[in-house]
Design a binder for this molecule. Structure first.
Ligand code: ADP
Ligand code: GN1
Ligand code: MG
Length: 363
C-alpha cells in the first residue's frame, strides 16, 4: 500500500510527514501518521482474512462509537473519506483512519494493579452503557467468534486436513487441547438454552486494547472495536483475565511468568463488579472463574489451529510463533484449571465485600 495515497482519500487535507508502525496487534496492520502541521492519526489496513464482512464491521463500529460519543465517553473517532464513507477500499485492501489518542500509555501486560482495576472498571462501564444500546442493530462480525465448541471442531478439522504437515510435530499440544474438550460447550449451551443472556460485548479485551492516561493512569479509551457485537459478559471477563495472566507478551518462552495471579484477579474482579455486580445474574457470577479457564482453552485451540493451518490468521514473526503462543496458553490453561476451586472461593469472598472500590497508589 502507498500510505500517502491511502491517506489522501480521507478528510485529512494535509500532507503526511511521517508514518511508523504502531502497537503489537495480531490482526490489522497499524500505522501512526503525523501530518506536516503535527496532527496525529492512526491508519489501519483491515485484515480481510479475519473480517470477511468489512461493511458490517464498520457499520457496527460507527454505531457504537457514535453512541458512546453521544454519552460523552471517550472512544475511537473515525475520520470519513472524502466521499463520506467510514473506510476506503481499493484492490490492495480496506483502510480506515481514526484520530490518534494522545498522551496515553498502552501496556502489553500487567505493570501495576491500578491499571488492572481501571481496565476492569472500564469494561464494566462499557457493558453497562451498552445495555442501553439496541443490540439487534449490530451484525455478528465473525460468526461463532467465542463459540469454544465450534473452535474445537475447527481444530479437529485442521488436524484431519494437516494442511501445513505439522500435525506430527505437535502430539503433546494436540493432547492438551483435547484434554478438557468436554467442557468447551458448557457456556455456549447455557447461552443457547437461555440460562445466560447476551449483551453487547467487546470480545477482544486484551490489555493492549485499552489506552491509559499517561498522567493519571485512568483508562481513557477502549480501542480495537472490530469485534463489538452481541456476546456474553463472561467472554470479556474471561478473556481479559486470560490476557492479564499471560504476562508481558503472549509469545513468552519463560513459562514461569505465566500463571494465575490472585492480586490481579482481585483487582480485576473488584473493578468489574463495582460496575456490574447488580447487572449479572447468579449463574453468570458463578461462571466467572470458569470463563477465565474457558477463554484460555479457546486461545490454546485457536493458536494451535492456526499453526496447523500454516499461520493464515494471526500475524506471525517466525515459523514457530503460533506454537510458542499455544504453549504459553497451555501453561496458563492448566494453571487456571488446577486453581479453579480456590479462585471460586476467592471470588465468593470478594462478592461479600460491601465497598468494592480500591485505591492504589502508583509506586
Ligand atoms: P489489532 O486489531 O491488530 O490488535 P488495534 O486496533 O488494537 O489493532 O491497534 C494496534 C495498536 O495500535 C493498539 O494496541 C495501540 O497500541 C495502538 N492504537 C490503535 N489505535 C490507537 C489510537 N486511536 N490512539 C492511540 N493508539 C492506538
Ligand atoms: C487478536 O487484534 P488483537 O491482537 O487485539 C484476536 C483475539 C485474540 C488475540 C490473542 C479479531 O487480538 O481474538 O484473543 O489476538 N482478534 C481477533 O492475542 O481474532
Ligand atoms: Mg488490538
Amino acid at each position: 500500500m502507498d500510505i500517502n495515497d491511502v491517506a489522501s482519500k480521507f478528510e485529512i487535507n494535509e500532507a503526511i510527514e511521517n508514518s511508523a508502525p504502531l502497537g503489537n496487534g495480531h490482526i490489522n496492520v497499524t500505522y501512526l501518521l503525523t501530518t506536516v502541521s503535527g496532527k496525529k492519526y492512526v491508519l489501519q489496513k483491515i485484515n480481510t482474512v479475519a473480517f470477511k464482512n468489512v461493511d458490517g464491521l464498520m457499520d457496527n463500529m460507527q454505531k457504537v462509537t457514535g453512541f458512546l460519543m453521544s454519552r460523552n465517553e471517550e472512544t475511537l473517532e473515525l475520520i470519513k473519506t472524502k466521499e463520506g464513507q467510514y473506510f476506503y477500499r481499493d484492490e490492495s485492501g480496506c483502510y480506515r483512519i481514526y484520530k490518534y489518542i494522545d498522551n496515553v500509555i498502552c501496556y502489553e501486560g500487567v505493570t501495576n494493579l491500578e491499571a488492572v482495576y481501571n481496565t476492569a472498571k472500564a469494561f464494566g462501564k462499557l457493558h453497562k452503557s451498552l445495555k442501553e444500546f439496541p443490540a439487534d442493530t449490530l451484525c455478528e462480525v465473525i460468526p461463532n467468534f467465542h463459540n469454544t465448541k465450534a473452535r474445537y471442531d475447527a481444530l479437529l478439522k485442521s488436524i484431519e486436513l494437516d494442511a501445513a504437515h505439522r500435525v506430527k510435530e505437535v502430539p503433546n499440544e494436540i493432547a492438551e487441547a483435547k484434554k478438557h474438550a468436554e467442557l468447551y460447550s458448557l457456556l455456549i449451551d447455557a447461552i443457547n438454552n437461555g440460562e445466560i443472556p447476551l449483551g453487547v460485548t467487546h470480545n477482544d479485551p486484551k490489555i493492549n486494547n485499552i489506552l491509559f492516561d499517561e498522567k493519571t493512569n485512568a483508562a481513557r479509551a477502549i480501542i480495537d472495536l472490530d469485534t463489538i457485537m452481541p456476546g456474553s459478559y463472561l467472554y470479556d471477563f474471561g478473556d481479559a483475565l486470560r490476557s492479564l495472566f499471560t504476562g508481558q507478551y503472549e509469545d513468552t518462552t519463560d513459562l514461569t511468568k505465566v500463571h494465575v495471579n490472585y492480586d490481579v484477579f482481585e483487582a480485576y474482579a473488584r473493578g468489574y463488579l463495582s460496575e456490574m455486580k447488580d447487572v449479572l445474574s447468579k449463574k453468570e457470577i458463578e461462571l466467572l472463574p470458569f470463563s477465565v479457564f474457558l477463554l484460555t482453552a479457546e486461545l490454546v485451540v485457536r493458536f494451535l489451529t492456526d499453526y496447523l493451518d500454516g499461520d493464515v490468521y494471526f500475524h506471525t514473526a517466525y515459523p514457530e510463533h503460533n506454537l510458542v503462543r499455544t504453549r504459553t496458553q497451555i501453561k496458563l490453561m492448566n494453571d487456571i484449571y488446577d486453581n479453579l476451586s480456590s479462585i471460586k472461593l476467592f471470588l465468593n469472598r470478594i462478592m461479600r465485600i460491601k465497598d468494592l472500590q480500591l485505591s492504589y497508589s502508583l509506586t
